[in-house]
Design a protein around this ligand. Structure first.
Ligand SMILES: Nc1ncnc2c1ncn2[C@@H]1O[C@H](COP(=O)(O)OP(=O)(O)OP(=O)(O)O)[C@@H](O)[C@H]1O
Length: 611
């Protein structure tokens, strides 16, 4: 549990990133300024209606009720004004609410879109260390919390300010001295507010972070359901989930305690203190002269009206704090600079183009963490149309070479050249268009067969899709599907077999007609029945294309023009299949092991463990 335990606290840098949050939120709200302004105006009218109401009643009590005079005309006018005011107030109240919601939803829509787009631009190095679930949490829960800021908090702030100003003016109008005495509440309320924000901020951060962890755990368990069930991991995951869930509950409880203690009770205390001041004031005055009942009514009414928005405001402080914390988290993500490598701006105006597909690595050294190199001094050339195979034990660096050629990561030392030009001079679009990658476990999207082959490249017609399907001989199974290339596929292509998914991904690659082909363990996950079709398809795909192939099964790459044998990130042997066999080195040993010519395998730590 220790790693889980240490993950329960948010990153220090997010806690520190408070500055500029308000400015950034304002920047997002700016395009909706007309809507916000209209909503504010309506809110002010609605609030003024509420403020003026008690003065009208005070007039009625002191001018007509207490002296027991009931002239019809002025009383009817007063009643009509009062009712009209309440009606206008209600209409404005409704419309300001709708307008605030509309403006806030637009702001959040834009923010969410920007976060999503920014996440798409981030490099794989970022995703290597950020769980997907925590990102989902920022895009959904956190942006939703910011929505509250615009809808509830902002409108309450404005409403409170207008209402309090109106109430104070009205109180001064009724009795300036008493109004001044009541002003002592202001510093008290400001102090309570400051104290609350100070205490609650850290707690909110922890709570939101734990909610992210909860989402991340949920996401992980859904993604890995196959392995979880196969390896009977349910109990372990349940325990881990329960642990985070419990931590989340306890920090929510802490929130509730802080809110419960600091919001309502403290403000109520100030309310009662002010009530005592008013009663004492009127009590003392009643000894000296006759008291105006209407003024007393209006003061007590205003006091209630005063503390209602203050209480509302304090309740909203809770939302405000949550929203600010969420905004900090969202903007921190928007500020994330680990972008996917881009074409260098110092290069010529036009992006370089790939025409022939000649690939050259010159003394490339690379590490993921900036400290421990996983590739050292890698140099090789793949001439146009040639096949270069990468072999080696697991973790020797084969996939890392492919990742560098796809420019998922930037290199630190050495050069990668394509058609003689540095890889940094190509737009990513050009690289991804001309380099076809076939992955070990192809990812299929929800949609039909054709959309999974086309992958948003709308210039590829149905005929071209079918051509690609035939080219890799995937028509053998696609023709049997009830709707052919328009057959819907389940999530991740769960309705197809591994071999069928692989053939489909071949077709996807061939539809783009790439110059360079990267086969990452392309034949590792298929059954023997499909193996032949796959090998045939691969042979056809490789024709006329530069191919970089990773293979564990050496039988599949015997015809490669060049085989590179990797060991701990270095090329330790190179040559053709025959040349490498003749060397009787690492490749020879691997080949002998795989072909079954060597029967005694030296004990591995795993084998020893099981003995
Ligand atoms: N995203 C990553 N972040 C940090 N280290 C990584 C990452 N990917 C791979 N590594 C490390 O780099 C080294 C080379 O890994 P790589 O995946 O290139 O090996 P490989 O030869 O392709 O292995 P396999 O045959 O098992 O796929 C390994 O030590 C691995 O732990």
């Amino acid at each position: 549990m220790s790693s889980l335990e240490s993950s329960l606290m948010p990153q220090e840098e997010i806690l520190q990133s408070r500055s500029g949050v308000g400015r950034k939120l304002f920047h997002y709200a700016k395009p909706q300024k007309h809507l916000f302004l209209a909503a504010f105006c309506l809110l002010i009218i609605a609030t003024l209606g509420n403020v003026i109401g008690p003065i009208l009643i005070q007039r009625f009590i002191d001018n007509y009720l207490v002296p027991r005079k009931f002239p019809i005309q002025p009383i009817v006018s007063l009643t009509i004004i009062y009712l009209g005011l309440q009606c206008i107030s209600a209409i404005c109240q409704y419309n300001q609410l709708v307008m605030f919601q509309r403006a806030a939803l637009r702001v959040i829509q834009q923010l969410r879109q920007d976060v999503f787009s920014h996440v798409q631009k981030l490099g794989l190095a970022f995703f290597d260390k950020t769980p997907g679930g925590t990102l989902i949490s920022r895009i959904t829960n956190d942006t939703e919390a910011i929505l509250d800021l615009f809808v509830s908090v902002l409108s309450t702030f404005i409403q409170t300010i207008v209402q309090l100003t109106g109430i104070f003016i009205a109180m001064f109008y009724l009795d300036a001295k008493l109004a001044l005495d009541c002003l002592f509440v202001a510093p008290l309320l400001i102090f309570i507010n400051w104290l609350y924000r100070k205490i609650s901020s850290k707690i909110f951060h922890v709570t939101r972070h734990r909610l992210s962890l909860l989402n991340a755990k949920m996401n992980e368990s859904l993604q890995g359901m196959y392995v979880i069930q196969a390896m009977r991991q349910q109990t372990r995951l349940q325990k881990e989930f329960a642990y985070i869930n419990n931590a989340y509950r306890s920090s929510r409880m802490r929130n509730i305690r802080v809110n419960g203690l600091m919001l309502r009770p403290l403000v109520d205390l100030v309310y009662f203190a002010t009530l005592i001041v008013i009663i004492w004031f009127f009590g003392r005055n009643s000894l000296i002269s006759a008291v105006n009942i209407g003024v007393l009514y209006a003061f007590v009414n205003y006091l209630e009206q005063f503390f209602e928005p203050v209480n509302n405001l304090m309740q909203r402080m809770n939302m405000f704090q949550q929203a600010m914390v969420s905004a900090q988290r969202v903007f921190h993500l928007l500020n994330e600079q680990q972008l996917a490598p881009q074409r260098e701006s110092s290069q010529e105006q036009c992006s370089a183009q790939i025409y022939n597909g000649r690939v050259e690595f010159q003394n490339v050294t690379f590490s993921y963490d900036g400290k421990n190199p996983v590739l050292k001094n890698i140099s090789f050339v793949a001439e146009p149309g040639q096949t270069v195979a990468l072999v080696g034990h697991t973790g020797s660096g084969k996939s890392s070479i492919v990742s560098l050629l796809m420019r998922f990561y930037s290199i630190e030392q050495g050069e990668i050249l394509i058609d003689g030009q540095r890889i940094e001079s190509f737009e990513n679009d050009e690289l991804r268009k001309k380099i076809g990658l076939v992955l070990q476990d192809p990812f299929l999207f929800v949609g039909d067969v054709a959309s999974n082959i086309r992958l948003g490249r709308f210039y590829i017609s149905d005929e071209q899709v079918e051509e690609a399907v035939r080219f890799v001989q995937a028509d053998r199974f696609i023709d049997k599907l009830p709707h052919g290339i328009h057959e819907p596929l389940g999530e991740r292509g769960s309705t197809l077999s591994a071999g069928e998914r692989q053939l489909l991904s071949f077709a996807r690659t061939m539809a783009g007609n790439p110059k360079i082909l990267i086969l990452d363990e392309a034949t590792a996950s298929v059954d023997t029945e499909t193996e032949e079709a796959i090998q045939e398809a691969l042979a056809r795909m490789r024709q006329g294309r530069t191919t970089i192939a990773i293979a564990h099964r050496l039988s599949t790459i015997q015809d490669a023009d060049l085989i590179l044998v990797l060991h701990h990130g270095e090329i330790v042997e190179r040559g053709t299949h025959q040349q490498l066999l003749a060397k009787q080195g690492l490749y020879y040993k691997m080949y002998m092991l795989q072909s079954g010519s060597v029967t005694s395998i030296p004990p591995t730590p795993l084998a020893t463990f099981h003995e």
